[in-house]
Write a protein that binds this ligand. Structure first.
Ligand code: AN7
Length: 355
């Protein structure tokens, strides 16, 4: 007879053996990880790939990949005696930090660039009860302030400069190797502060070392053209892009990103806002996947490289980092909805449809 109690879910249960946990680390969870890997219907052909798979990190509890790193960072902060968290954020890190803080009874302070965070993400930070500080300046300025503040006050910094974040985020690479039975040939990922590309590369290297994979992927990172310091080879003082999540001019994990690129034989390229929005519309319209603009950058990049003849078959995974519902303003600005009014009768709906 079953006792009826469900098995606990979440990263700290599922991936305990590859995470820096002790017996005293609290096994907190919001049900993060174990996200779907789904095969492309249409876009893979446009890119010249044999197979394209989408890793739906938008299916994490707060709607983005950040929950993977956050659950580890918050658990370790609690283990270390923290009572409060702080982060700088373009919106997803703050949503995630605020959610775990709410669950664990911690205070959470989030520093966000004023007027540049998508509406859904602000709603999350408010709903989860965090203290929100809108700073003048961009994400890079906010991160500098958060670093200085957490050095001075007893508050745990949960940006990806915290190595526990990288440890948690690497688990997505393990899941991909497990689902596919090996690593893919190409891993396409949007790059902002560059923690995620650093974490995936770490995960794929560990998978190869532990015989979970026979190869490692070429890491293809994509930045928005107005915020592409890694492509330019120098920081961007005034980053600009419609993909506000990756509106970052001085990535903290700079060396991690260039290391992943160079060690894997990959590339870090820029995609324009128009290219991002084309991929955004294709993902929704041809794949049924509504993502936020930053997430579409990974697919925009594959399309761009593929159309230029830079892809010759093979299997790729694109990381869809965040949910489209987070940024309703971009969604409404992209479409002119065709909506017909009718009364709720057969005749009226038939007339409205021209049947
Ligand atoms: C949807 O939330 O930096 O290169 O403060 O929200 O690891 O920074 C978000 C980044 C990609 C880039 N896709 O990842 C933040 C923040 C989405 C994102 C990225 C972000 P990193």
């Amino acid at each position: 007879m079953s006792t009826g109690a469900p098995q606990p879910r979440g990263l700290l249960y599922r991936w305990a053996s590859v995470l820096p946990l002790t017996e005293r680390t609290p096994r907190i969870t919001l049900g993060e990880g174990d996200t779907p890997l789904v095969r492309s219907a249409a876009i893979e052909k446009l890119c010249g790939l044999d197979e394209l798979w989408f890793k739906l990190e938008s299916c994490n509890p707060t709607g983005s990949f950040k929950d993977r790193g956050m659950v580890v960072a918050v658990a370790r902060a609690i283990e270390g005696g923290a009572r409060a968290l702080m982060c700088a954020s373009t919106g997803n890190t703050s949503a995630s930090a605020a959610a775990y803080a709410a669950k664990c009874g911690l205070e959470c302070f989030v520093l966000v660039p004023g007027g540049k965070v998508a509406a859904g993400k602000m709603a999350q930070a408010v709903a989860y009860g965090s203290h929100i500080i809108e700073v003048e300046g961009n994400f890079d300025d906010a991160l500098n302030a958060a670093r200085a503040l957490t050095a001075k006050h007893p508050v745990a910094l949960v940006n990806s400069v915290n190595p526990d974040r990288i440890q948690g985020q690497k688990t997505a690479a393990y899941e991909i190797c497990e689902s596919l039975g090996d690593a893919p040939d190409i891993l396409a990922i949007p790059v902002g502060n560059a923690g995620n590309i650093t974490a995936y590369w770490k995960g794929f290297l560990e998978c190869a070392e532990t015989a979970r994979a026979s190869l490692h992927p070429k890491m293809f990172g994509f930045q928005a053209a107005g915020a592409a310091p890694l492509v330019a080879g120098q920081p961007v003082a005034e980053p600009q892009t419609i993909a506000t999540a990756i509106r970052i001019g001085k990535p903290a994990s700079w060396a991690g990103a260039t290391g992943a690129r160079d060690e894997s034989g990959g590339r870090i390229d820029a995609v324009t806002d128009d290219e991002i929005l084309e991929a955004y519309r294709l993902l929704a319209g041809k794949e049924g996947l509504f993502v936020e603009p930053a997430s579409a950058a990974s697919v925009a990049g594959l399309l761009k490289v593929g159309r230029a003849g830079g892809i010759r078959g093979g299997r790729a995974v694109a990381i869809l980092t965040g949910n489209g519902l987070k940024d309703p303003d971009t969604a409404t600005s992209q479409y002119t909805p065709k909506i017909t009014k009718a009364v709720a009768s057969v005749e009226s709906v038939e007339r409205a449809l021209g049947w």
